[in-house]
Write a protein that binds this ligand. Structure first.
Ligand code: GLU
Length: 468
């Protein structure tokens, strides 16, 4: 078993001991229900290449199953199963009524052009359709490392080609472009979820005091590993809406540092122009890109891949809070070490659940065949205008046009998505924190999050009446 899957199972076992549930039920919750491994030929240039790919459905206790598709040359069965497993617990924690799944295609995206990637994606989708591993009520993929809205549009188009008459076909995949049945706010969702989670975690005075920090995000120093979809939005929103100071950033090409802060928007523009973050004005080059993980800062956001903080470098981590924006960035042993040192580790299965939460909203939008806000926006707006008119009459004061527009605005889709996401992240944090405070033997947020997830899944099994 790989370190990653081993870590996930180790964490599960540790938490399971606190639930008092029977072994048989715990074994059923832990087991991966199905894995489909496939190998298919795709014409690349003049030659056929055999591509290896997977789709793992960890838990069928709720359907459809849900989880992204990863394109990476490092993909293997254990990794996909570990990621699918995390999806099950992630969905339970944020009350998204899905089982967990994950797909992986063993390709390095840098080695293929757009047309070749399209052929690979469409062929992979065909394999899933053939085996009944995709569908709005069966299994709903989404983006993950190496994939994005473009790939999701190819998946949808392939699905529609085969199943065009299905009324809810658009719900067969999420993370689609907005003009292809997608939802506003999905792209930023995981990063925005990280921000809402951090904001909530930093709002408790006693927790912050224990870390030697003040409450609130304002002025907190942050180091970010990875400027992909998750890392970029997490850093950008923490900086622009939270008032955080981003002091170190690492990407594929290396790591940079500036104690006075790095403007993320300017850095992204610079990287687009130069093809690298290195040499960004005002920053110092760090020896190795992994040095970002050991920078002295308030919040460390590993937003790249799994197994980044291990027993090899855990001793050198100097952050007060580690926000696991990636899936599995800290191994189980290393996390235990960090917690022992007094570091707050906010676990992946909670803190990066914003993506799947907004995927759920997108799926609901697809099933309802209507944009959120369409029915009530004008109604709300007219009601607020009437209210304001009455207030003006009663007080004899007049609001400016700007004030009027601000106070009477009805909610658009993006407003509803963001407020739904914020509510979800806050509620889930409170549930996890209350387990941590209530159960004296639990000393870390991950174990508490697992307990929350396991109990919810167990109650689903019990309410199905299939478990004695
Ligand atoms: N790949 C993302 C994750 O790991 C999103 C999954 C989804 O939206 O279904 O959570």
């Amino acid at each position: 078993m790989s370190d990653f899957l081993g870590s996930v199972n180790q964490n599960f076992d540790k938490a399971a001991a606190h639930t008092g549930l029977k072994k048989g039920l715990l074994d059923q919750i832990k087991a991966c229900n199905s894995v489909y491994q496939m190998r298919f030929p795709v014409l690349i240039g003049k030659e056929y290449q055999v591509i290896e790919a997977y789709r793992a459905q960890h838990s069928h206790h709720r359907l459809p199953t849900k989880g992204g598709i990863r394109f990476s040359h490092k993909v293997d069965q254990d990794e996909v199963v570990a990621l699918a497993t995390l999806m099950t617990y992630k969905c339970a924690i944020v009350d998204v009524p899905f089982g967990g799944a994950k797909g992986g295609v063993c390709v390095s995206t840098r080695e293929y052009n757009e047309e070749q990637l399209e052929r690979i994606t469409r062929r992979y989708t065909m394999e899933l359709i053939r085996k009944n591993f995709i569908g709005p009520g069966i299994d709903v993929p989404a983006p993950d490392y190496g994939t994005g809205p473009r790939e999701m549009a190819w998946i949808l188009d392939t699905y529609l080609t085969m199943k065009g008459g299905e009324l809810d076909a658009a719900g067969c995949v999420t993370g689609k472009p907005v003009n292809q049945y997608g939802i506003r706010g999905r792209t930023e969702a995981t990063g925005r979820g990280v921000f809402y989670a951090l904001k909530e975690a930093c709002s408790f005075e006693d927790d912050m005091k224990a870390l030697g920090l003040k409450t609130g995000l304002e002025g907190k120093t942050v180091a970010v590993q990875g400027l992909g979809n998750v890392g970029y939005y997490a850093a950008s929103i923490c900086q622009n809406e939270g008032g955080c100071k981003i002091i170190s950033v690492a990407e594929y090409e290396g790591a940079i540092y500036n104690e006075n802060g790095i403007d993320i928007e300017k850095l992204m523009k610079y990287r687009k122009k130069k093809g690298s973050i290195m040499g960004f004005p005002g920053t110092k080059k760090m020896k190795s890109r992994k040095d970002v993980l050991t920078v002295k800062c308030d919040i460390l956001i590993p937003a790249a891949l799994e197994n980044q903080i291990t027993m090899g470098n855990a001793k050198s981590v100097k952050a007060k809070i580690v926000a696991e924006a990636a899936n599995g960035p800290v191994t189980a042993d290393a996390a235990a070490h960090l917690v022992k040192k007094g570091i707050m580790v906010i676990p992946d299965m909670y803190i990066n659940a914003g993506g799947v939460t907004v995927s759920y909203f997108e799926w609901l939008k697809n099933l309802s065949h209507m944009r959120f806000g369409r029915m009530e926006k004008r109604f709300d707006q007219n009601r607020y205008v009437n209210l304001m008119n009455q207030l003006e009459k009663m007080t004899g004061k007049k609001a400016t046009n700007k004030e009027m527009a601000f106070l009477t605005r009805g909610a658009d889709e993006i407003d509803l998505v963001r407020s739904g996401l914020e509510e979800t992240m806050i509620t889930a944090y409170h549930e996890i924190r209350s387990v941590l405070k209530r159960k004296k033997k639990i000393t870390d947020l991950r174990t508490a999050a697992f307990v929350v997830a396991i109990n919810k899944i167990a109650s689903d099994y019990n309410s199905l009446g299939v478990w004695p």
